[in-house]
Each structure stands twice: as C-alpha cells, then as structure tokens.
Design a protein around this ligand. Structure first.
Ligand SMILES: [Zn+2]
Length: 566
C-alpha cells in the first residue's frame, strides 16, 4: 500500500511541475479537426526516439495546417528526405513549433521559397528567414498537410522545441488528447548483468510469463535469481478511438517500495537520440522485430530524457532474501498499469546446472571507448571511439568479393569505415563500382561510397556483410501524365517516374524550353513533378528535358514536348 501512496503523490507533484513550467493556453491545435494520434513523443522508432506528435489527417493530404501561435517562419525546407516539406515557426515566448511532411506551403510562403529556388536554381532548399520576412499569426493557414519525406502515410508531424532546438513533449503545452486507456505490457524479460549473475537457472536473458490479476494489475511467478539483474519490457500505450499504439510517457520501478528507476519522456536532445539502440534490446529487435525497452541503463548510454535512478536501475539479489520489484507505467493522462515481480535470492543448489553465457573470443577485440583499426587481406576497417556501445570481440572475415563485419544484431552509435582494395579493376570498371550491404534477405543496399587511389570506401552505421557491386544500368525516366506532342492544358503538374535499379537515384534536374524548373521528388513512389503554377511553360509547344544521375554517375537524359494554352 505504501508504494501506491508514494507513486500517487510523486505523479501529482510531477504533473503540476510540468504544467507550471510550460504555457497551457498559448498554442491552439495545428489542424481544424479533433486531434487523433498515430504516434506520440518518445515513441521508439528506428535509430531515434520520436520527437513530436504524429497527428492523423483522415487518411488524406491537403488539410489546412495553421500556425498554433503568433510568430514568424524561422526555418523551412523542401526536400525528399526526413520531414519532407517542413516549416518551423519561432514564437516570441522562446519556443519553436515544427510542422512536417507538408504537401505545400501557403501562397505567401510558397512564393518566398519559389523565388529563392529559381534564383539559386535548386529544387531542394533549406532557408532561415529573418524575423519580419515571413510573420504568421495564430490560426493563419501556413500549409496543406501531406505525406512528403520519410512519411509512411498522410499525417502531420507536429513538434515543439526549446531555445536550444531540442524537442519537448507537445502534451506539456496543454494539448488535449482523449485517453482513458492504460498502457499495456506485452512481455517481461530478465537480464542477468554482473559476472555469474543468473535468473531462473540461466545467465542469459529470458522471458518471464506475465499473469493478469483480478484488480487489473499484473504479476509473475517468483523469479529465482542471484547477483545483479535488470528487467526489460515490451509495452505500448493506447489513446481513445485511434487504432495506433503509442509510447509510454513515464516508466517507474521500485524495489521493496524504494524508487529504483524513473524515466519521463518529456524531453531529450537530438544529439543523443541514437542511444535508443543501446536502450532497447537491439539484438532481440533485429531477430524478432519487437522492441524491448530496458528498465536499466547500460554503462555507456547517454540518452537524456529526465531519468532518476539508483544503481542504473539494476537490482542486487542476495542469497536467501526476498524482494518485490514493481513496474508502474503511466501515460500522459495519468492512466497506470502495475506489474509486480516477486524475486527470491537463490544460489544454484548442489548439482543444479546454470546455463552460461558464452562470449566468443576472436582475434579482433574492439573496446567501446577507444578507436580500433583492423587490416584484413582485402579490406581495412576503422572503428572510431564510441562507435560500439560495449567492448566487443568482432567476428571479421573477408574474401576478395565481400567482407563480413561482425553481425547486424550489434548496434553502432557512429559511422565506421570499411575500405575495399580495388586496384585490380580497370579504370572504367572501377568507376561503376559501389559498396552495398547485403541484408538478411540477401538484398544489396547502396552504402554511401567514396573512391580514392584504387580504394573504395564506405562510412556506415550498420554492421554486417558488405560487397562491391557494379552498376552499369543508367536510371530510367518515364512520363506519367503526358505523351509526346500531347495537349495537357488541364494538368496542374507535369509528372514523371524516375528509377534506378542498382545504386539508386542521386541527382535529378529539369528544364522547360531551356529554363530551370523546380522538381519535387517523392522517393517512395519515384514521382518527380513540376508545378505549372511556377509559370515557366509558354502557350503552344513546350520542350521538357529531365536529367537523372545515379550514385555511380550513370546519367539518363529524357526529352519530350507537349502543348499548353497558357
Ligand atoms: Zn513524426
């Protein structure tokens, strides 16, 4: 009972603190529809914690997006990757709001951007307007919602940033999302951590069966353990009326009523967001596509959301003693889920076998906090300090064709470099080569490639098998909504599909009647489009030319013509 009282008080104190430090009635909603989420702040994503809210847009693009408070456009970007077309509004109270994956900007902003794109002759552009150039008022339509950049479907990515441009949980600013559903724990895992530590007769991590209780809380059978252990959970939150899971707002653990770990997903820094790969059980994620979040901190993990901890969240279990470990998950609306884990300190009985952890030693030892370089017969590998999260015996193996750099179940925090000796290739063959990673399905994926004096190099943050691939196939360019010599006065866009089978599209550009045109590229569909509102076309016959270059420099130029009234 004491635990519940403590947690309850603690939660109240925390919520009132968070509400008092951020303005509650300053910002309105960015969409004119009731808000429903497909993603929330702190959610576990690939290589990062999600930094905003993903707001659903009725499965379509083109909804009005408004400035949520007065301010000015302080930054904007048009490009195929990441947030796609994105606007940043700087507010006089020091906070910035960000609106991502937009379809297009409002006319005033669009005109400003197009003017710069045409004067710089660049389709992809990032600008930092001064205060006074693009002021916006609260409720002003600044864009249409979209699906640009790395977006898996139409939605608005809405983000808050502090004065250091680090993300804050938007819910801290009084946004109301109906949520009466508590978080759900799918699975619990135990991790023996110290040398010789074990749980349920094994030194290896293992799943613990969760048992629901009548009162809505959860428990497990007693875990028999010895030494330092930690736990991990697979868990999600749910909001009312949305078919999407979201991340947990607050995770607390206690040992015998004493607070042990408390992580609050209220803010973090972009610089440390990749530590997620050391926070989740990365190997398990690669094997099972399920993210287990650890309820303890690994030695080198510098993720920086607010964390209170004792002994990094690990529990020291002694022979003959009993412990009660409790996990409390709380969502932003205060709905809670409690899991109680009884633990008994128990050494192995005489003759009882404990399954051991086997660490395979190899000649290639790479410490986490030191750089290492390895010369193989045909390759060299450089691993900078801090690229690995823990000291690792690497499994390295090479042949003239490919190099096996450990395994993709081990995460990297930074790029390593892999260099291929390629001095036996003729200059023309050399030119067509690129480095590819062979993924678990056997697919060859382009890895950013540089070449110098008979060597081909890649910098990559994924371990695994790499090989050289020759790309002699130039990109293809196909018109989508017009045919040669056709009248297309009613089309708003000129659309073409661009594709490169092997190394992928690197550059694309186009002209109309010899004049530069802005092209917007959606890599998910391969569509590039020119917007006739840009006014480059002329009445009558128009000549279009599109040039696409792949990542090894193969280039295709496409010519066609069409007619228009204007
Ligand atoms: Zn998002």
């Amino acid at each position: 009972m004491k635990l519940k009282v403590f947690l309850f008080l603690f939660f109240i104190v925390k919520l009132s603190y968070s509400q008092s430090s951020y303005p509650q009635d300053y910002f309105i909603n960015p969409l004119k529809i009731p808000l429903s989420l497909s993603g929330n702040f702190g959610e576990l994503r690939n290589n990062h914690f999600h930094s905003g809210l993903d707001i659903r847009t009725q499965q379509r693009t083109g909804l009005d997006v408004v400035a949520t408070a007065d301010g000015y456009i302080s930054r904007l970007k048009i490009g195929p990757w990441g947030y796609g077309n994105v606007l940043y509004v700087q507010h006089p109270n020091g906070f910035t709001t960000v609106y991502g994956h937009l379809d297009e900007f409002a006319p005033k902003i669009r005109a400003y951007v197009r003017q710069r794109q045409y004067s710089l002759k660049k389709s992809n552009i990032e600008l930092y307007p001064e205060q006074g150039e693009l002021p916006v008022t609260q409720g002003e339509i600044i864009a249409k919602s979209g699906n640009t950049g790395g977006s898996g479907g139409p939605h608005l990515h809405y983000e808050f940033r502090d004065g250091n441009q680090n993300p804050l949980n938007p819910l801290l600013f009084g946004i109301q999302i109906k949520d009466t559903r508590p978080p759900k724990i799918n699975d619990l895992y135990v991790y023996p951590k110290s040398t010789g530590a074990h749980a349920n007769r094994s030194e290896k991590e293992q799943k613990i069966q969760i048992i629901p209780r009548d009162n809505g809380t959860y428990t497990t059978n007693p875990v028999e353990a010895l030494g330092e252990i930690g736990f991990g959970i697979s868990a999600q939150d749910y909001t009312d009326g949305a078919p999407y899971t979201t991340g947990i707002y607050d995770i607390q653990t206690c040992v015998d009523d004493e607070p042990n770990l408390d992580i609050t997903f209220s803010k973090f820094s972009f610089g440390n967001t990749r530590y997620i790969n050391d926070y989740i059980d990365y190997a398990y994620y690669i094997q099972h596509n399920q993210k287990i979040q650890k309820l303890f901190l690994e030695e080198n993990n510098k993720m920086d959301m607010p964390i209170d901890q004792i002994n990094n969240g690990l529990i020291h279990i002694e022979e003959g003693k009993s412990y009660t470990y409790e996990i409390v998950l709380t969502d932003y609306s205060g709905n809670q889920t409690l899991l109680t884990v009884p633990i008994r300190g128990k050494a192995a009985a005489a003759g009882e076998e404990i399954q051991t952890k086997n660490i395979e030693e190899t000649p290639f030892f790479a410490p986490a906090n030191q750089a290492s370089s390895f010369q193989l017969e045909h390759h060299s590998i450089h691993i900078p300090k801090g690229a690995l999260y823990k000291d690792t015996y690497l499994d390295l193996d090479d042949s003239p064709e490919q190099v096996h750099v450990h395994n993709d179940e081990t995460p990297l925090h930074k790029n390593i470099s892999i260099s291929f000796n390629a001095d036996t290739y003729s200059p023309s063959d050399f030119e067509k080569l690129y480095v590819a990673r062979i993924n678990s399905k056997g697919r060859k994926i382009y890895a950013p490639t540089t070449k110098k004096q008979g060597k081909i190099m890649t910098k990559t943050n994924v371990l695994g098998t790499y090989t050289l691939v020759s790309d002699t196939a130039p990109p293809t360019i196909t018109p989508v909504n017009f045919k040669k010599e056709e009248w297309i006065s009613n089309q708003r866009f000129l659309k073409l599909r661009i594709k490169d089978r092997d190394s992928g599209v690197s550059l694309y550009s186009g002209t109309l009647n010899g004049e530069f045109i802005v092209l917007e590229y959606d890599y998910k569909t391969g569509i590039i489009k020119y917007d006739f509102r840009d006014g480059i076309s002329k009445p009558g016959k128009n000549e279009v030319q599109i040039t696409v270059t792949d990542n090894v420099g193969n280039t295709t130029t496409f010519h066609s013509s069409f007619y228009r009234k204007d």
